[in-house]
Design a protein around this ligand. Structure first.
Ligand code: MEV
Length: 322
């Protein structure tokens, strides 16, 4: 039996613009998704994924390419299908998935489970895969299932750390930094990334002269934020967050709930705050001076936000002891 885990992620800068060829910064967080996989002696794939309400779902190998799979199991099944196809292998499997975070929070459960499955299968079948190969195959799976996405979440799950990432993995650069003192507030509202991505695409189609410059500014902010991270200039990093968030507001992807949390943080001592990810709900992030952290956290909670303690820059996909 092989046990593998991969981290969730938080987008720090460059959301949406990264879908359109610009760079972004993403960090891997210490909330992990785990899979346990073993071979079976028959032709069945059995999946237990209690976190997403999948209980002993059973598929015959010959039906792998035929069935349409539900939300809870589609990434796992698509990962198996692609892996078998690429390496010309096949076996019945028993799979269990377990997440340390809810799939409702935008921590990237789909990409983390996909990367974990690909890594677990490579171990199980004794096929050596470099990080880049794991990224490429996992990104293909996520794109096939989801239809849209830059792949930044797949990169975070694969490589870990904090990454400078350009669309589709054109550049995946590790940024050499210490932990980032991030405060993360969850709005309690699940957002659907593909819907938000399509919303911004539509805006771009309708108003290219307005949206392209927003993406260009995102790029400038990403470059500046990278320097702030490398120099540990968290005060300026906060200002970059405020600039970045302003662009997301202009693109129409913030929400009343996000604004409530973001303004609570800003008005109570944060250097800066912004939405993280696709918008429309999910999480906001803030940075502040250490002595202000408590008041920022309290203020976010006071307006209904749920604080999620995170450690940043954590290790990418890895094999765990069973
Ligand atoms: C979603 O968390 C971030 C987006 O940029 C989508 C993506 O990069 O795949 C909106």
């Amino acid at each position: 039996m092989i046990k593998v885990s991969a981290p969730g992620k938080l987008m720090l800068f460059g959301e949406h613009a990264v879908v359109h060829g610009r760079p972004s910064i993403v960090t891997a967080v210490n909330h992990r998704m785990g899979v346990k996989v073993e071979k079976r002696n028959d032709d069945k794939i059995v999946l237990e994924a209690p976190d997403v309400d999948v209980h002993f779902k059973t598929i015959r190998l010959e039906d792998l390419n035929r069935e349409k799979f539900d939300k809870g199991s589609c990434f796992v099944i698509a990962a198996i299908k692609e892996f078998f196809k690429k390496y010309g292998v096949e076996s019945g499997l028993h799979i269990e998935t377990k997440s340390e975070f809810s799939s409702k929070i935008g921590f990237g459960s789909s990409s983390a489970v996909t990367v974990s499955m690909i890594k677990a299968l490579s171990e199980l079948f004794g096929i050596k895969m470099k990080e880049r190969e794991i990224f490429d195959l996992s990104y293909k799976v996520v794109l096939d299932v989801q239809g849209v996405g830059s792949g930044f979440d797949v990169a975070a799950a694969t490589y870990g750390g904090t990454l400078f990432f350009v669309t589709g993995g054109k550049i995946i650069d590790r940024i050499n930094i210490d932990k980032i003192p991030l405060i993360v507030g969850y709005t309690g509202i699940k957002a659907d990334t593909p819907t938000m991505v399509r919303y911004v695409e539509e805006k771009k189609r309708k108003y290219p002269d307005l949206v392209e410059p927003l993406f260009n500014l995102h790029e400038r902010i990403v470059l500046s934020a990278r320097e702030c991270l490398e120099e540990k200039d968290f005060e300026k990093l906060g200002e970059m967050m405020n600039f970045s968030h302003g662009l997301s507001v202009a693109a129409g992807v913030s929400s009343r709930e996000l604004e409530k949390l973001i303004y609570a943080a800003r008005l109570n001592g944060a250097y800066g705050a912004k939405l993280s990810g696709a918008g429309g709900g999910d999480c906001m992030i803030a940075v502040s001076a250490i002595e202000k952290e408590k008041s920022v956290i309290k203020s976010i909670e006071k307006v209904g936000g749920i604080i999620i303690p995170v450690e940043t820059n954590v290790e990418g996909v890895r094999v765990e002891n069973v």
